[in-house]
Design a protein around this ligand. Structure first.
Ligand SMILES: Cc1cc2nc3c(=O)[nH]c(=O)nc-3n(C[C@H](O)[C@H](O)[C@H](O)COP(=O)(O)OP(=O)(O)OC[C@H]3O[C@@H](n4cnc5c(N)ncnc54)[C@H](O)[C@@H]3O)c2cc1C
Length: 327
């Protein structure tokens, strides 16, 4: 059994001071991911800084139309917030498609952004994994990789980013506010999660000791409709094999603007600018949606068991667009 120290912070300044830049310390929020990692011996914190008493539980409408979500807002509270359901339905649907009611009741916004991959090689310390142990190799590349990524992969890592919430946020546009030893920083959501490249152990733009304090959604796009479609092995309590967040505005039967992001198939929440370009100004037809799907998956790379994900992701895009444009 590994021992760790436990400290509870009362405000942001205390939390960041307690953490410092100590690489052996971790923040703990709902604990639904972190405690799993500790039990699996993947994360080995010597100190846990509990952030649950920080005053970061509000969802605030800002004067410029954006919506500021406190890091500790639970996935349940966010999904059922009236402003989210009215103006960002794609986010509510994504949240409610994830995990279970019990988990969503304690899982937090920041914890969801920071959740680790479900790759079985990452989660098994006896297997090689460049993300967990740089330079040890990637067991998934030539191993059992049915649940792995086809977009954003490298020859060091093909692990999928598992979040549903983040896929919707990628489509909507957002900013992550972080606070730490060097002050407050704003990070565009698009730049927050990193591609694995040669350094899969670097998963996000957070520096040592920085705490996420808020995620702020861009102002809703006037007249936009949204939908999140999640395809998985069973209908609930399962991660995505392929998912699509679609946010669309129409001029009559023509797509004026579209935002498309994919989950379950990529190493980070995957905004597809290629699909968006293929949709803009085009008639809302099956042919257009198929062209967008082709564009989104044009750069996909399949490994032994992942080839099926390419047509599956295309179907997710076509179905999500068919649903959203029929609303
Ligand atoms: C059985 C199961 C099924 C699941 N299914 C799904 C699913 O279908 N879809 C989905 O999207 N997710 C799913 N999840 C993942 C779930 O959404 C995450 O576990 C949860 O969102 C993590 O939030 P938390 O508050 O519990 O984080 P914690 O476990 O407390 O923390 C997770 C990580 O975030 C860090 N952290 C927490 N707060 C902050 C902060 N403010 N600033 C910086 N770092 C911070 C911690 O240090 C830790 O590294 C599932 C989880 C489980 C256990």
């Amino acid at each position: 059994m590994r021992h760790f120290a436990y400290q509870r912070a009362g405000d942001v300044a205390e939390a960041t001071a307690l953490h410092g830049s100590d690489r052996s310390a971790d923040f703990i929020a709902g604990g639904t991911n972190l405690i799993d990692m500790v039990k699996l011996d993947i994360m080995r914190p010597e100190r846990l800084v509990d952030v649950n008493r920080l005053p970061l539980t509000a969802i605030e409408s800002l004067d410029d139309g954006r919506l500021r979500i406190g890091a500790l807002v639970t996935n349940t509270d966010l999904a059922y917030d009236e402003r989210i359901q009215a103006d960002y339905p794609v986010l509510s649907e994504a949240l409610l498609s994830g995990a279970s009611t019990q988990l969503r009741n304690v899982a937090t916004t920041a914890g969801n952004v920071m959740q680790r991959t479900r790759c079985p090689y990452f989660r098994n310390p006896s297997r090689p994994c460049n993300k967990r142990e740089p330079g040890s190799g990637c067991g998934a590349l030539d191993g059992i990789n049915r649940n792995h990524a086809v977009l954003g992969v490298s020859d060091k890592c093909i692990a999928v980013h598992p979040s549903d919430m983040c896929v919707a946020m990628a489509a909507l546009g957002a900013t992550v506010t972080v606070e730490g030893p060097s002050g407050v920083r704003e990070i565009p959501f698009e730049e927050y999660h990193l591609l694995p490249g040669d350094t899969p152990e670097r998963e996000h733009a957070l520096s040592d000791g920085e705490l996420i304090t808020h995620v702020t959604l861009d102002a809703p796009i006037t007249g936009a409709k949204g939908h999140y479609l999640k395809l998985r092995d069973r209908a609930s309590f399962e991660f995505a094999l392929a998912s699509c967040a679609a946010v669309v505005t129409m001029d009559g039967d023509t797509v004026r603007e579209a935002r498309i992001a994919l989950g379950g198939v990529a190493t980070k929440p995957w905004r597809s600018f290629e699909a968006e370009a293929a949709l803009s100004g085009q008639p809302a037809s099956e042919a257009t949606f198929k062209q967008a799907a082709e564009a989104a998956l044009a750069g996909a790379v399949a490994h032994r068991d992942t080839a099926f994900k390419i047509p599956l992701a295309k179907q997710a895009i076509v179905r999500a667009l068919t649903t959203v444009t029929a609303q």
